[in-house]
Design a protein. Structure first.
Length: 171
């Protein structure tokens, strides 16, 4: 029983550490997770993939990079850069195309920075999407409560158990 307790607490601590490290990476390094919801970047990045991106100045973006930009309608678009047009010293015009798309995007994107994808894992986005949903958050809250009870559970101290009245002391 003690071994199971130690394993549960270790798994909980490692999971918490991973969450904290991802949060710190997001804050200090500008790293953002992306979940691909369409197959426009297949076969390089399939639907359901989880990618990590970093905010990058427009001057550092190159043809061939996969970047996330915001369209005029406010939607996030993550496609490959096929052409770069100069607009200003810190602003560029990006022409993007999904790997699975026969034509470049109809609109070009004028940006001062974009989120450049530097890593992706297929299908992991499905798990991340589920884990960020309300059911998983509720289950996670229960799991944290169980771990806290396991770590700091209420135990009877020897003093409390000896303070119980004996049968002889009752009126």
């Amino acid at each position: 029983r003690r071994l199971l307790r130690e394993i549960a607490l270790t798994v909980g601590a490692v999971s918490g550490l991973v969450c904290v490290l991802f949060a710190l990476a997001a804050v200090f390094f500008g790293i953002t997770p992306l979940v691909f919801r369409s197959g426009s970047m297949a076969p390089a990045i399939d639907t359901g993939a989880l990618a990590l991106s970093k905010s990058t100045p427009a001057a550092d973006i190159e043809v061939g990079d996969v970047v996330k930009v915001t369209s005029a309608s406010g939607a996030g678009i993550t496609h490959r850069v096929v052409e770069i047009g100069a607009v200003g010293t810190d602003i560029v015009q990006l022409f993007l195309q999904g790997d699975a798309n026969p034509e470049p995007d109809a609109e070009s994107y004028v940006v001062s920075e974009a989120d450049r994808v530097f890593f992706s894992v297929g299908k992991l986005g499905y798990a991340v999407t589920w884990l960020s949903g309300p059911v998983a958050v509720f289950i996670g809250g229960i799991a944290v409560g169980v771990l806290l009870m396991t770590a700091f559970g209420f135990r009877r101290s020897p003093v409390e158990s000896s303070a119980q009245p004996d049968d002889d002391d009752r009126p």
